[in-house]
Write a protein that binds this ligand. Structure first.
Ligand code: HC1
Ligand code: SF4
Length: 573
């Protein structure tokens, strides 16, 4: 440890800390803007400058390491003026249309202006008027709102290893853009939306599809149904001021009914169906010498990454559609038949924690009935906007229940939302199919948690199954490279594009750096997911009564010809 003084307060701190972290320890808040812990620690914006006794210039606290005897001042007149000038310069050419910005009231630049008491602007910069990039089905980039903090560049390059956005030019002409000024739609962007989650301002956002849903809801000729992904229920509450990790499943269902959806279904039902199909596929490939490892196919950002970077693994992918796509296909076939509603009159909306799902829904491979399996995908954030616009008092809603006949789901399906969940759900089912026994302990701890790559060897009777789980595309890359190099061998692999899995998807509520840097959103939201799992009556996919009924009445058995027609697909190289 070292001894330092901050604003006259004596402190003992570990020697590998930055001044920013040390100050936090002492409950002294230093403002930041470009800083995002572990992702963007570059000291570029200079909002966090502090005065150090004996040093010639002000120093950026987010990168400056503590040292024995350091005397630091975080609120001296020099410091205050420097921060104000920095902020005013950023504001001088920022597109300040806060009232109509998606990030109004959740913008780090706006918050800083308030906190530093900026009441007038001394500098009038030349405002840029650059075109929007809104050609991607998932992501919109507005360069006029960009403050060049580079968080998106770092997350795309270092965490996701995709590197499709970067800083170009220098000085006044600096910009964040894709190579040759192309659109995000024309580069190998995976549409994961991690860049949106880290953007402090409104320079990156999802493509807003709420109008399409309002229109469908107002159309008397359509039967509009909605399904919600497992991870949405543990994050939506954040949009209404509830603590991170609040479970709002019941309120979410009530809000959706109030919005006017004819039926509110649970994507989890289809996640159980996915496990039946994927488990069967895995056992078939193991028995018949098929391509191994089987790699999960529910994360569309991962699929796109695979297509661009690892086409040699496309045949390893499970042929299962992702759960919400399966659900859409089931609704437009089984449910349509059962209710006598024409598939053309059925409008399926998916509420997802994911921006890549908007792209996925448009894929031509995913239209079993001749119509798109899913018509519109909204993110968790877009759903919150609709709830607010409809004047629904979310926090005081009663708990609703998902609608029959497709409303039952198991704990196995819920955990899909956290990294390792699909693997664990599959193991719960595969273990019982192979052994013919029923197990009370359904926990597979080895595949839980936020370690980048997790491995487990599971022994079921005389079968030894080698499994691996990767989340975040950088970890996926590492895992695939080790398989390619022959250093590792697995039977079953789960890959999710987003770090932490869907709970931390690019469509989830955005927390500012002041929260995100010091709270692990992934673990907090995952905790709520595992609580929900424990609270449910059924915790294994093969116990789901609705799924059983679907096989009895419609599909026959897992992997049947009919199941393949509706529930499976193929992503060709
Ligand atoms: Fe996911 Fe999935 S778990 S992909 O993370 O397999 O988005 O939540 O809905 O489809 O079930 C996302 C979440 C989600 C699918 C399921
Ligand atoms: Fe990079 Fe993902 Fe953003 Fe695309 S969506 S630019 S891959 S971070």
């Amino acid at each position: 440890t070292v001894n330092i003084t901050i604003d006259g307060k004596k402190l003992q701190v570990e020697k590998d800390m930055t001044i920013l972290e040390a100050a936090r320890r002492a409950n002294i808040k230093i403002p930041t803007l470009c800083f995002l812990k572990d992702i963007n620690e570059i000291g570029a914006c200079r909002m966090c400058v502090v005065e150090i006794k004996g040093a010639r210039a002000l120093q950026a606290a987010c990168v400056y390491p503590v040292a024995e005897g350091l005397e630091i001042y975080t609120q001296s007149p020099n410091v205050r003026e420097a921060r104000r000038v920095t902020l005013e310069l950023i504001l001088s050419n920022h597109d300040k249309k806060c009232l109509t910005c998606v990030r109004n009231r959740n913008c780090e630049l706006q918050t800083l202006s308030e906190e530093l008491n900026i009441s007038q602007l001394r500098f009038e910069g030349q405002s840029t008027n650059l075109p929007l990039d809104n050609f991607s089905p998932s992501i919109v980039r507005d360069p006029n709102k960009c403050i060049l903090c580079r968080r998106c560049v770092s997350v795309c390059k270092d965490v996701q290893t995709v590197s499709v956005i970067s800083a170009t030019e220098r000085g006044f002409k600096s910009a964040i853009s894709c190579a040759f000024d192309k659109s995000l739609a024309d580069v190998p962007c995976t549409m994961c939306g991690q860049c949106i989650s880290v953007c402090p301002v409104g320079a990156l956002r999802e493509k807003d599809d709420t109008d399409r849903v309002w229109e469908a809801l107002a159309n008397p000729d359509l039967h509009v149904v909605v399904q919600t992904a497992p991870a949405v229920r543990v994050a939506l509450g954040e949009e209404f001021g509830l603590p991170i990790g609040s479970r709002v499943t019941g309120k979410m269902v009530s809000a959706l009914s109030r919005l006017g959806f004819a039926k509110v279904f649970d994507t989890d039902t289809a996640a159980d169906l996915t496990i039946m199909e994927e488990g069967t596929e895995l056992l078939n490939r193991l028995k018949n010498g098929g391509r191994l490892p089987v790699i999960t196919s529910c994360s569309p950002g991962w699929i796109k990454f695979c297509e661009h970077n690892y086409p040699e693994f496309l045949d390893n992918l499970s042929s299962c559609k992702s759960p919400h796509e399966m659900f859409g296909a089931v609704l437009k076939s089984y449910y349509a038949e059962k209710t006598g509603i024409e598939p053309s009159k059925l409008f399926v909306v998916s509420i997802m924690p994911c921006t890549a799902k908007k792209f996925e829904a448009q894929r031509p491979e995913l239209s079993a009935s001749g119509f798109a399996d899913v018509d519109v995908v909204l993110t968790t954030r877009e759903l919150a906007k609709m709830i607010k616009e409809a004047g629904i008092d979310f926090n005081n809603l009663e708990d609703g229940r998902f609608d029959d006949p497709m409303g039952e789901a198991t704990g196995a399906a819920v955990i899909f939302g956290a990294t390792g969940g699909v693997m664990e759900a599959a193991l719960r089912t595969v273990a019982e199919i192979v052994s013919g026994k029923s197990f009370d302990n359904v926990k597979y701890e080895a595949v839980r948690g936020i370690e980048g790559i997790k491995e487990a060897t599971v022994e079921i009777g005389d079968m030894r199954l080698k499994a691996a789980v990767a989340h975040g595309l950088g970890n996926a890359r590492k895992l695939l490279d080790s398989i390619k190099a022959g250093e590792a061998k697995y039977d079953f692999v789960e890959i999710m594009a987003c770090p932490g899995g869907c709970v931390n998807g690019g469509g989830q509520p955005i927390q500012p750096s002041s929260v995100r840097s010091w709270t692990d959103l992934r673990s907090e939201r995952a905790k709520a997911i595992y609580e929900e799992d424990e609270s449910l009556t059924f915790r294994k996919s093969h116990d789901n009564p609705i799924v059983k009924e679907m096989y009895e009445k419609y599909f026959g058995e897992p992997g049947s010809h009919k199941a393949h027609k509706v529930l499976h697909t193929h992503y060709a190289p």
